[in-house]
Structures are given as C-alpha cells and as structure tokens.
Design a binder for this molecule. Structure first.
Ligand SMILES: [Zn+2]
Length: 156
C-alpha cells in the first residue's frame, strides 16, 4: 500500500492526523480485506477455475472472492462458488487462514462438499476444469501450494 492511502481519509480525501479525519470526525482505520477460497474435490480431482479478472487473469485458481460487508465468510464462499462455477456446495471445514505481511488481503480457505455436480464457468471465470491431483497446472497465488498441502493433511 502507498503512504498516500495511509495519510488521507478514505471517505473524503482529507489529510489524516494520527489516523483522525477532522472532516469526518472519526478515526479512519486501515482494515484488512477478507477473502475466501474453496477447495472443491471429488475422488482424486479438484475443480479449478481459469480467472477471467485481475489479479492473475488467465491463471488457474481455487474459486475465490472477497467477503462483502455484513456477509459471513461462509455465505461469501457459497456465493462465489455459485457465481464462478454454477455449483451448489456445502461448507465442510476450514482449512486455514493465509496472509502475507504487508498485504491487506487475508484469505480463509474452506473445503466443501458438492451438492450439485454440473460445473460451468460463470462470472469472473473463463473456464472450469477438474484436474487430477498429480496433474495440477501452475496455480495463480503464492499460498496455493501451502493450501493444497494443508488440505491433503486434513481431507476426509
Ligand atoms: Zn474524512
């Protein structure tokens, strides 16, 4: 993040003094941004989407997206999976929370059970594909290999 974002109000653009905006009369917190991702598996395959939006457009990734304000992470996950793959799923378990120092995005990853079985590329995705676990493409994001490793340790 640039220092500009740090020093100016996100609401009105006023200069902040000790994170306080004298125009909005409130302290402006720089909140982290929560994202969720899902591991959708059947047998020895997992479903990946080809990303149709930045970042990492064109790369294969777990279905994922940002949690909206007032939405639970679980609801955000079900919504994003439906939007990107047209699948109905049920939350199975939390695999882990992933973050990098200096990056505002914190990623919560869940495994899910399939309710419906016909996957199709929806919004933000240009393709969906079931990949054999031992034939995965290069994944889009830095935590993806660690996520896979953690999931393999706890999958059921
Ligand atoms: Zn302000």
């Amino acid at each position: 993040m640039s220092t500009q974002i740090k020093n100016f109000c996100q609401n009105c653009g006023n200069k902040l003094i000790n994170q306080f905006c004298s125009h909005c009369k409130q302290t402006i917190f720089e909140d982290p941004k929560l994202a969720v991702a899902s591991i959708i598996a059947k047998n020895n395959q997992i479903l990946l989407i080809k990303r149709g939006v930045e970042p990492q457009i064109g790369k294969w990734a777990f279905p994922s997206g940002y949690v909206n304000r007032y939405e639970t992470p679980e609801d955000a996950l079900l919504r994003e999976v439906k939007e990107e793959t047209e699948l109905d799923v049920q939350i199975n378990k939390l695999i882990g929370i992933y973050s990098t120092k200096g990056n505002p995005v914190i990623l919560a990853v869940y495994s899910v059970h399939l309710i419906s079985h016909e996957a199709a590329a929806g919004s933000d995705a240009t393709d969906v594909h079931w990949f054999e676990l031992n034939q995965l493409p290069k994944l889009a994001f830095e935590h993806d290999n660690q996520i896979l490793k953690n999931w393999l340790e706890v999958r059921s």
